[in-house]
Design a binder for this molecule. Structure first.
Ligand SMILES: [Zn+2]
Ligand SMILES: [Zn+2]
Length: 102
């Protein structure tokens, strides 16, 4: 029996992507149906939305974390550079020059 208009006709057999139930749909109604009934489609779509949202939020958090780490690393490098500049002043420059021509 066609899940859309309820007649006994030549059917396309499908399994619901949501609940897994087998259902039939006639060729004239079939438009790539993947769900046995509207509730299944609605549930699946809601799940998809939730998942998409979650992915989006995760992405934001991940970006934030990465920026945080980058900022910390930058601050660390800057602190270290400052310390180098203060304590090793001239010697540091000499080391670089020696390395470049070796
Ligand atoms: Zn279903
Ligand atoms: Zn039909």
């Amino acid at each position: 029996m066609c899940a859309v208009h309820g007649d006994y006709v030549e059917l396309v057999g499908r399994h619901c992507k949501w609940c897994g139930a087998a259902f039939g749909i006639c060729r004239s109604c079939y438009r790539g149906h993947a769900y046995c009934k509207d509730e299944c489609r609605a549930e699946a779509r809601r799940e998809q939305c939730v998942r998409a949202n979650r992915g989006y939020l995760d992405g934001l958090l991940e970006k934030e974390r990465r920026r945080d780490a980058a900022m910390r690393a930058l601050a660390y490098r800057q602190r270290r550079r400052k310390r180098f500049g203060q304590s090793l002043n001239g010697r540091f420059v000499v080391v670089i020059v020696e390395r470049r021509y070796s």
